[in-house]
Ligand binder design. Sequence first.
Ligand SMILES: Nc1ncnc2c1ncn2[C@@H]1O[C@H](COP(=O)(O)OP(=O)(O)OP(=O)(O)O)[C@@H](O)[C@H]1O
Length: 269
Amino acid sequence: MSAPAVAVRDLRVQLAGVPILTGVDLSVAAGEWVTVIGPNGAGKSTLLRAVGGLLPTEDAVSLFGTPIQQLRRRDRARVVATVAQSPVVPAGMSVLDYVLLGRTPYIAPLGRESTADLAAAHDVLDRLDLTGFHARELATLSGGERQRVFLARAFAQGATLLLLDEPTSALDIGHQQDVLELVDQLRRAHGLTVVATMHDLSIAGEYADRLVLLADGQVAAVGNPREVLTTELLARHYRATVKVIDGERGPLVVPVRPASAPDGVLGRC
Ligand SMILES: Nc1ncnc2c1ncn2[C@@H]1O[C@H](COP(=O)(O)OP(=O)(O)OP(=O)(O)O)[C@@H](O)[C@H]1O
């Protein structure tokens, strides 16, 4: 049997001396789409950063059977592409140059991008509805346009594992669907594995094979969307009053105004 795309065993992460993740286990099969959900501060982004090799994790994280700390930077970039929640935008950089950063693992040190690299960059820009944006300075784009450029860079990287931290948070409903359908098409066409985080629970359930509910730095539930998106689990871990409706592609989660404000509601604002 082949190694899972992602294997996380007893992952513990402390930041500034504070335990953020405490004993997280997660296994994601090659080709699978897993979305991590959970309330603010649960540790979702931290988990993605650890899986992407952006935090020291000793031997707790392996990608396709190799402990991530053993992968050299260039090799790791061919395996895993990460779209962070708020990537740093280099000052003065054009959209095309930013997307071409995704081709770095394929360009020789001190070399220049090839025609194939340029074609790959233009192709992803077209697919993400960004034709004509290549010469624009990244900093001048709207939030949603910029978010699609961040995704374009990750797609251009041609990695087999995509880590997407709230990839559609700035997108209008149409572009949300376009982007997630594109991720799913790429996944099916190229056997990509996707690990995402999302706050929109209905969308999370419509696209993911499995959901992982993270709460207080621990896995509180894992399973298919119907198993995880239940009124009980969402009330317990989000302190939210919701209705869960049976949708064609998975459960749809609708927030409903509680009969009275739950205890501590002001403390959450
Ligand atoms: N560098 C850091 N130093 C100290 N604490 C940190 C650091 N980075 C994150 N944290 C804390 O770790 C906890 C988890 O953060 P994380 O960003 O992983 O949560 P999240 O589940 O992605 O939250 P959200 O849904 O709000 O994006 C939070 O309490 C956050 O304040």
